[in-house]
Ligand binder design. Structure first.
Ligand code: DHB
Length: 466
């Protein structure tokens, strides 16, 4: 048994943090290696435990052995996601989430995960896919291996993340104990334990990358202007500059081709609504699946209207009295605007973050769709099909060769254009169809972001764990 991975609570340091009106006392154990043979200094984790649990106390009805274990990641853009801590001044940090979780009585474990730009110092890449998920699994195995030593209930692990981090969280939930990762986990000296989890919190998960280009054009075809923010970090702060552009004639030609491929994929998933009716699309991209998305948006707008928001700030939202009667799909999409060019993810010049993610030890970037490979504008390879599939949560829901988390909370803002609405909708629907417990919503006027409703997220966790 690798005793080097044994958690030692006596190493913890006591501290306090204040958020809102509440100060929480906690004990921090930092910079713990979660594998025996790390390949990158980022492969360490921090453990934060409400101080009360070291004195036989309770917080929010939880005790040392019953507290949920909340595992937020800081992955963004599929870049390396460092371990986090309360009052961390770095731009990537979600230290406030950690403090709020501690106030609710959760044990928080924040693991650093390799990302697409990780290298070994000799120019070789060490963080290309599937490194991010291998590391997250190794961190979960560390926690489960330390059942009884590490405070909290290892049967109540909840992962959390936003965007690429949301995809990481969703993939954790879908791929529990999947064979694909076993050799890689062994090579790192991961703890001998399982990596299936209890619940997933995923905000705007940028996942299902091999179908995201088609889904994007299915949604945005005909809209030829794009608008996005260029983000850079200066002195630990994010600085955003707006960038605008127009699809080139070639991109405008490719858009309907990609869009035309989407219905066949969607129909092959055999999704149904809650009453058992098929959710499908015809060759023109029309049908009950699209109606279902519009229905979600309408419910979201109604919820916002009921709360006093002016939902007509977005064109295409039709309100009569106190009722949102209709969402005009083309008008609404023009109002939220297109963000990405064509293809949205698998760039023909292999210069998108996702191309970089699918690089290899010696290759900076690769394609991950046969469409972009066929149209490539630079010499480039196509990543292995089994790798592409292995980092897509949907793969596991279709193949049923993993232990899927029973509980899911998925949020995707109604103003989010980083991926098509179809992508989170497919995930939530497939999970529901397979009988998993799914709380899915598309919060109104909410852009690509996460952790914006922590009280509700934590209420959801409490209702599952208390
Ligand atoms: C993220 C956003 C994207 O638009 C994308 O393509 C990949 C990752 C992110 O914010 O993590």
């Amino acid at each position: 048994m690798p005793t080097g991975l044994r958690f030692d609570e006596t190493q913890g340091q006591s501290a306090t943090a204040t958020m809102g009106a509440e100060t929480v006392a906690y004990r921090a154990s930092r910079d713990i290696s979660y594998v025996m043979m790390p390949v990158d200094p980022i492969q360490r984790l921090n453990v934060f435990v409400p101080e009360a649990y070291f004195h036989g106390g309770t917080v929010n009805g939880y005790q040392r052995v019953t507290a949920p274990i909340f595992m937020p990641n800081t992955v963004g853009g599929y870049l390396p996601g460092p371990r986090d801590f309360p009052e961390n001044p770095d731009a990537f940090s979600r230290g406030d989430t950690i403090v709020r979780a501690l106030q609710r009585g959760y044990v928080v474990v924040s693991a650093g995960l390799r990302g697409r730009t990780s290298t070994d110092g000799q120019g070789q890449n060490t963080g290309k896919a599937p490194a991010f998920i291998v590391d997250m699994k190794a961190a979960v195995r560390y926690v489960k291996f330390n059942a009884g030593w590490l405070p909290g209930n290892p049967e109540r692990i909840i992962t959390n993340g936003t965007s690429a981090g949301g995809a990481t969280s969703a993939l954790m939930g879908a791929s529990g104990n999947a064979d694909f990762f076993e050799t890689r986990l062994q090579e790192l000296g991961a703890a001998p334990a399982t990596d299936d989890i209890f619940a997933v919190s995923a905000y705007c998960p940028i996942h299902n990358l091999e179908h995201a280009d088609a889904a994007y054009e299915w949604q945005f075809k005909g809209i030829n202007q794009w608008h996005r923010q260029k983000v850079r970090v200066e002195n630990g702060r994010k600085i955003c500059t707006p960038v605008h552009g127009r699809l080139t004639p070639n991109e405008q030609r490719l858009s309907p081709e990609l869009s035309a491929a989407f219905p066949a994929y969607l129909n092959g998933l055999a999704l149904t609504d809650q009453a058992g009716n098929p959710l499908t699309l015809d060759a023109a991209g029309e049908g009950s699946f699209k109606t279902q998305i519009i229905h979600e948006l309408l419910a979201s707008a109604q919820h916002a209207l009921d709360a006093g928001q002016d939902v007509t700030k977005y064109a295409g939202v039709i309100v009569k009295g106190h009722t949102v009667t209709r969402i005009d799909w083309p008008q609404y999409l023009r109002a939220i605007t297109r963000m990405k060019s064509v293809p949205a993810f698998d760039a023909l010049a292999v210069n998108n973050p996702e191309n970089d993610l699918f690089g290899s030890r010696l290759t900076a970037a690769r394609h991950f769709t046969s469409f972009a490979q066929k149209h490539t504008t630079v010499p480039a390879q196509l990543a292995d099909a089994d790798l592409i599939a292995a980092v897509n949560p949907l793969t596991y829901l279709l193949k049923k060769q993993s232990q899927v988390a029973p509980h899911w909370r998925i949020r995707h803002g109604a103003a989010d254009r980083d991926t098509s609405f179809a992508i989170p909708m497919i995930l939530a629907t497939k999970l529901r169809n397979q009988g998993y417990d799914v709380d899915f919503a598309m919060p109104w006027a909410t852009p690509h972001s996460g952790d914006y409703d922590l009280p509700e997220l934590f209420d959801w966790i409490d209702q599952l764990c208390q």
